[in-house]
Design a binder for this molecule. Structure first.
Ligand code: FES
Ligand code: FES
Length: 157
């Protein structure tokens, strides 16, 4: 079957088997390796991407369900010249250690901040509750999301 979608702003079209998962489509068919595979069961959030602006776990979604959708992976988060404020804040807050969870975290944070530019700590915790990190203990990640919110608000004036 044929699927068409926009991925990171680019229109893509591929012939795929019906059981192709979105994560495999992204990583293998499109070669975008920033989306990580952890548990493959919808539990860890490492494979999170945005589909029409909502954070989804790409390991559970058949690629055909994304037909016609707008997909954002970590490769499309930064603009060409500089990191996205969320990525910058993760670096500044020391919220990246092994980095395996980071692309999923950044995309969940983006979905949250796009909807709620001034989240409380509780709202940040809820926003990233589907993303597991084995390294940081979450405090720095939560701080990073709040720093990012501040940066984005400042950028917008
Ligand atoms: S790899 Fe998809 S949720 Fe863990
Ligand atoms: S930085 Fe290692 S899993 Fe989060």
């Amino acid at each position: 079957m044929k699927v068409r979608m926009r991925v990171n702003g680019n229109q893509v079209e591929r012939e795929i088997p019906p059981d192709r998962l979105l994560i495999d489509f992204i990583r293998e068919d499109l070669g975008l390796m920033g989306t990580k595979e952890g548990c493959s069961e919808g539990e860890c959030g490492a494979c999170t991407v945005l589909m029409n602006g909502k954070a989804v776990v790409s390991c559970l979604i058949p690629a055909f369900r994304a037909d016609g959708a707008e997909i954002l992976t970590v490769e499309g988060v930064a603009d060409e010249a500089k990191l996205h404020p969320i990525q910058q804040a993760f670096l500044e807050a020391g919220a990246v250690q092994c980095g395996y969870c980071t692309s999923g975290m950044v995309l969940s944070a983006k979905a949250l901040l796009d909807e709620n530019p001034e989240p409380t700590v509780e709202e940040v915790k809820k926003g990233i509750s589907g993303n597991l990190c084995r390294c940081t203990g979450y405090t720095k990640i939560i701080r990073a999301v709040q720093m990012a919110a501040e940066k984005i608000r400042k950028e917008r004036g």
